[in-house]
Design a protein around this ligand. Structure first.
Ligand code: RET
Length: 309
């Protein structure tokens, strides 16, 4: 039985591909939706145990799991998808594809990722104390990676692999940035920020490199069934959001925002104090590493020059 026969709404709203998720796939998507929702509440709850000025990383994760919860609700309901003619039609595949013609492509997945993957990256880059312009460049690469992945998934012909290649190049840039530049910044900070960055950064790199493989087997090569695609991406997303989020938030228990070069006002400060730019003058002078923590060359845990956030 396909999900569409289980859910009447899809007789009206959803478009049907020859190859689409079954009720098993739909149930799995709903289960991940529930998990993402529960984690959103958990991260919200944990944020209330910290002062408002130390909640940035909680808010980042609440945003990431909250958006994923909605996307998984859409996918479980067989919505946010469109039938696309498969480039490789596999009438009798060992992996259960076994259908000709069109495959169900969930564009909702990419709308989730285009919003949430920059949040995950931001969490890691801020932990390492990377300067703002470099953070922006890395987030741009991330957006390019997701948008090219979406366009490739919606493409019928072999041109889809061109988009995959652009996306993978963008991912390699992100990996380079984390492995070389961000790692150096984290080492300058030392202590808990360095430890948290190393832990979360290497986990992120390992996981993210598996996504283009999942894409190649599902939207790209039409090798695995949409139910298999649901499990592959679902497991990756659970590791990349709830599990990664817990690691990041726990890692930040002993890190203050000022230690990372961030300047976040307290509620009391907003009424009684005005922002004083002269307090933020960077030792390297204007134009260099705008307020970023790389100025902290003393090593160890000394607070870096704050960036006004
Ligand atoms: C695509 C296809 C194009 C090439 C590349 C991709 C990489 C996607 C990644 C997604 C990460 C998603 C996360 C989601 C969390 O819920 C778009 C699949 C390189 C890395 C972390």
């Amino acid at each position: 039985m396909t999900v569409s026969s289980a859910l009447n709404i899809n007789r009206v709203v959803g478009q049907h591909a020859n190859l689409e998720i079954t009720t098993h796939g739909s149930n799995w998507y709903y289960a991940v939706c529930a998990l993402m929702g529960a984690c959103t509440l958990l991260f919200m709850g944990l944020s209330f145990m910290k002062p408002q000025s130390d909640r940035l990383f909680h808010y980042i994760m609440v945003g990431a799991t909250g958006v994923a919860c909605i996307a998984y609700f859409a996918m479980g309901s067989n919505l946010g998808q469109v039938p696309i003619q498969a480039e490789f039609v596999r009438p009798r595949s060992r992996w259960g594809v076994g259908a000709a013609g069109t495959r169900e492509i969930f564009y909702a997945r990419y709308i989730d990722w285009v919003i949430t993957t920059p949040l995950l990256l931001l969490g890691v880059l801020l932990t390492a104390g990377v300067p703002t312009p470099t953070i922006l460049a890395t987030l741009l690469a991330d957006e390019i990676m997701i948008v090219t992945g979406l366009i490739g998934a919606l493409t019928r012909t072999r041109f889809k692999w061109g988009f995959w290649a652009f996306g993978t190049a963008a991912l390699l840039f992100i990996v380079y940035e984390l492995l070389f530049d961000a790692r150096r910044h984290a080492s300058t900070l030392g202590g808990a920020p360095k430890k948290t960055f190393m832990f979360c950064g290497s986990f992120l790199i390992f996981l993210w490199l598996l996504y283009p493989i999942a894409w190649g087997l599902s939207e790209g090569g039409n090798v695995i069934h949409p139910d298999g695609e649901a499990v592959f991406y679902g497991v990756l997303d659970i590791l990349a959001k709830p599990v990664f989020g817990l690691m990041l938030i726990l890692g930040h228990r002993k890190i203050s925002s000022s230690q990372l070069g961030l300047r976040i006002r307290n509620r009391s400060q907003t009424t009684s104090e005005k922002y004083n730019p002269s307090a933020d003058i960077h030792p390297e002078g204007p134009g260099e590493n705008v307020g970023g923590p790389a100025a902290n060359t003393t090593g160890g845990n000394t607070p870096a020059t704050p960036t006004h956030v």
